[in-house]
Design a protein around this ligand. Structure first.
Ligand SMILES: Nc1ncnc2c1ncn2[C@@H]1O[C@H](COP(=O)(O)OP(=O)(O)OP(=O)(O)O)[C@@H](O)[C@H]1O
Length: 246
């Protein structure tokens, strides 16, 4: 992979085509398994892009590449037109926040302390409270996460990511284990997010309702990329899912 750039570009010096996150020809192998096979994706600022596909398609691996947890064998990433070599400990500083599948809180810390881990500015406490309010869990600030119902813990996870005021919010199966009301709330949160959203999710109604564009992976290969209406009727996509269910 290319090394990271020195100084970030200023927004003014960038052409519209350069802005945002771009993945070029990403390939990842785990031993003999091709987990990502030449995946390219452009994510302009402010868009909500879904990444879907059957189990094992490579969705989480793609997230792990963007976060620097997995280093691809080939391919490059660019952020605002400059080579970007992601490092997990620097992600927040680069404006990228990610939620984990399930709930990933520190159990010895209160809800507020967990969300403060996500906040990054001098106004960290203010940002943490704002994120807790936005996610409807401020009343649980002093509680330990383990004492809360699962759906509330998922909201705390979202609050932790939002407290960083990310420009790119990566949501890894945020609807998993939630009921219909919670999923409706989540859809509104995503639609109202004032940042780019990358969404890995199996809940198709949620994906179709909130995404501007959807990338479909199957056995690591990109098989379709387009707006929800196109993806919904794409025979390759139906075949990938039916094949997985068979
Ligand atoms: N660290 C690893 N070592 C070896 N194989 C891995 C590793 N991580 C993922 N894989 C394999 O790579 C493939 C893609 O996995 P990945 O978790 O990215 O799929 P996914 O689309 O996120 O699946 P799911 O929907 O079940 O979460 C799978 O076959 C998986 O078993």
């Amino acid at each position: 992979m290319a090394t990271d750039s020195s100084a970030p570009s200023t927004a003014d010096s960038l052409s519209a085509a350069d802005r945002g996150l771009t993945l070029h020809h990403i390939t990842v192998r785990f031993g003999g398994l091709l987990a990502l096979d030449d995946v390219s994706l452009r994510v302009p600022p402010g868009r909500t892009v879904g990444i879907i596909g059957p189990n094992g398609a490579g969705k989480t691996t793609l997230f792990n590449v963007i976060c620097g947890f997995v280093v691809p064998q080939s391919g490059t990433i660019a952020l605002d037109g400059r080579p970007f070599r992601p490092r997990p400990h620097q992600l927040t500083g680069r404006g990228i926040a990610r939620t984990l599948q399930g709930v990933g809180q520190f159990n010895g810390m209160t809800v507020l302390e967990n969300v403060l881990v996500g906040a990054r500015s001098r106004k960290a406490e203010e940002e943490a409270w704002a994120a807790l309010e936005r996610c409807g869990v401020a009343e649980h600030a002093a509680a330990l996460p383990a004492s809360l119902p699962y759906a509330k813990r998922k909201r705390v996870e979202l609050a932790r990511a939002l407290a960083a005021k990310p420009r790119i919010l990566m949501l890894d199966e945020p609807a998993g284990g939630l009921d219909a009301d919670e999923i409706r709330w989540l859809a509104t949160l995503i639609q109202e997010a004032d940042c780019t959203v990358l969404l890995v999710e199996h809940h198709m109604d949620l994906v179709m309702s909130v995404c501007d564009e959807i990338l479909v992976l199957d056995f690591g290969k990109p098989i379709a990329l387009g707006p929800p209406a196109e993806i919904r009727t794409d025979p390759k996509v139906a075949e990938a899912y039916l094949g997985a269910a068979a």
